[in-house]
Design a protein around this ligand. Structure first.
Ligand code: GPP
Ligand code: MG
Length: 290
């Protein structure tokens, strides 16, 4: 490999090889646990759930009906997670604009639009997800306000200071936090709100546990330690106003998901073991852009 001489222009690819592999994963992804849940009300989420499980669903005697009820219960818990995140974005007006970093098939931006009537821009590395999400927005008649883009969340090209709120819902483990928070900080107006829900490894346990490493391998991601969120936010004018450990609230979702033979992906035990052995936490951080 030639080493560029001092002053020579080095051309960098817009998307790294790693990002291309991540895009390949999401372009190919068709897990029933995402599609079957989404079909219920055309809200397609790519995150987990929070809240108490209605365990009566597993006692349903009719097998087909039991599957349907378990699917609906998991969707209810995922939707509750999306609503919890959205509840921290406001207050917002219909004139405000929000940024959904790592939007998947688009559910989170729809939830924000339904709650506040706001404009939303979602970005994903997957063209398939962006196309799917835009089609959903068209079908709902909200495509004038909710738009999805095939873009890099670290370098969106969107307007500086143009956003009243922004978030990452389980997408920070694909990126360097310093680069990510620099972009959120650039996009948010002064006094804007940033929200993240994430799985992080627990500094008090030590380094990434075996289970955390299994989760990394499964999704091709790189889970950060809890401490790194606060260090990186502080470096980028994002000041936490609310921090909540959602671990106890998400364990029931995984317990139910583990019983769902028609939906499991094989990663359920890694999440349950990681949460229970204290090596992994499900965290909500709300921060103000100052
Ligand atoms: C998956 O959503 C979430 C991630 C890929 C990020 C990893 C999250 C952590 C908290 C570590 P999904 O709904 O697409 O996944 P699944 O197919 O397993 O339901
Ligand atoms: Mg899912």
């Amino acid at each position: 490999m030639a080493i560029p001489q001092s002053g020579a222009t080095v051309s960098l690819p817009a998307q790294s090889t790693y990002q291309s592999r991540v895009a390949d994963y999401w372009n190919a992804e068709e897990n029933p646990v995402n599609l079957e849940l989404g079909k219920i009300d055309d809200l397609y989420h790519h995150h987990y759930g929070v809240g108490d499980v209605d365990w009566s669903v597993v006692d349903e005697p009719d097998a087909a009906r039991r599957q349907q009820r378990v699917t609906a219960e998991l969707h209810r818990l995922e939707h509750a997670q999306a609503e919890l995140l959205a509840s921290h974005l406001g207050p917002l007006s219909p004139a405000d604009r929000v940024f959904d970093a790592g939007c998947g098939r688009g559910g989170g931006s729809v939830v924000a639009n339904q709650r506040y009537g706001c404009h939303a821009d979602g970005v994903t590395l997957s063209t398939k997800q962006a196309d799917f999400a835009n089609e959903q927005a068209r079908a709902r008649g909200i495509d004038g306000k909710v738009r999805y883009h095939h873009r890099n969340m670290l370098d969106t090209g969107f307007e500086t200071g143009g956003y009243a709120a922004s978030w990452n819902n389980e997408s920070t483990m694909y990126v360097e936090l310093d680069l990510l928070f620099a972009e959120h900080s650039r996009l948010l107006r002064r006094g804007g709100r940033y929200v993240v829900v994430t799985g992080c490894y627990n500094d008090t346990y030590g380094r990434a546990s075996r289970e955390v490493s299994l989760i990394n391998a499964h999704y091709i991601c790189d889970i950060h330690p809890r401490s790194e969120y606060f260090r990186a936010m502080a470096r980028h004018r994002l000041v936490p106003v609310h921090v909540e450990d959602l671990t106890p609230a998400t364990i029931p979702y995984w317990e139910l998901r583990k019983t769902a033979d028609h939906l499991v992906t094989g990663i359920e035990d890694a999440f349950l073991d990681a949460y229970r052995n204290g090596s992994f936490q499900y965290l909500l951080i709300v921060a103000d852009r100052v």
